[in-house]
Design a protein around this ligand. Structure first.
Ligand code: DX5
Ligand code: ZN
Length: 218
């Protein structure tokens, strides 16, 4: 399987969203990553449904929505209505994670579970078989442009082992600090999906950067 690329809109120019999305539409990007923050689960606020509805009308790529909020289960129906392909919730934010995953599936979406850097892979032992993706945060969630946390590389290995052991089909997505130096190592370590925000949008030719990330040797 080739690496899937999910550009994070958080680092796009919000004054020129239409042309940023058109660039993504024309590029080799597989998905569009949308970061929803509530100022409670993470110390920052990003955007919500009015913005995502506008984006969904313009974007031709499947939407990969990453909720960094408390009570993401309150927004399952609204996210499905948006036409999202993937709804990803934080394990740390869900008291009844199994129920939330079931509800995401019942709403017709793929279900992803995100882990903060300090949350161990073993915490997914009893749910990994039921999820379509595990998102490993490789920075503390809340901001773009942070430094990559090295421990993520070996965490991918432990997650791959758990996925195999449990017979899960979950994809491994890595989010945070993905750039020129870390991306090749992440792909070699077994990442299936790379999220990239600041590195990608600040590069001279973002579409070319997307292609470069996509074709790294696995
Ligand atoms: C951070 C978000 C990321 C962010 C990544 O909390 O989940 O998706 O946009 O940004 P970079 O690629 O700049 O680290
Ligand atoms: Zn994200």
């Amino acid at each position: 399987m080739e690496t899937l690329i999910s550009p994070s809109l958080l680092s796009a120019d919000f004054l020129r969203l239409e042309s940023e999305i058109d660039m993504i539409n024309r590029s080799e990007a597989d998905w569009l990553h949308l970061d929803v923050m509530d100022g409670v689960f993470v110390p920052n606020i990003s955007f919500g449904f009015p913005v995502m509805e506008a984006v969904s009308k313009q974007c031709k790529k499947p939407l990969d929505v990453h909720f960094m909020i408390v009570h993401p289960e309150h927004y399952i129906a609204q996210t499905a209505k948006l036409g999202a392909m993937m709804m990803c919730v934080h394990a740390e934010a869900c008291t009844h994670l199994h129920r939330t995953v079931q509800e995401i599936h019942s709403a017709g979406m793929r279900a992803g579970v995100a882990l903060n850097p300090a949350t161990p892979v073993v915490s997914l032992e009893d749910i990994v078989k039921d999820v379509d993706m595990v998102l490993l945060m490789s920075v503390n969630p809340g901001f773009g442009g942070q430094q990559f946390i090295e421990n993520t590389i070996e965490k991918i290995g432990r997650l791959r082992e758990l996925i195999h052991q449990k017979g899960s089909h979950a994809l491994i997505e890595v989010d945070g600090g993905v750039q020129e130096e870390t991306a090749p190592r992440l792909v070699k370590a077994g990442a299936d999906v790379l999220v990239s925000g600041s590195y990608l949008f600040r590069s001279a030719d973002p579409a070319a950067t997307i292609s470069k990330l996509k074709h790294l040797e696995r």
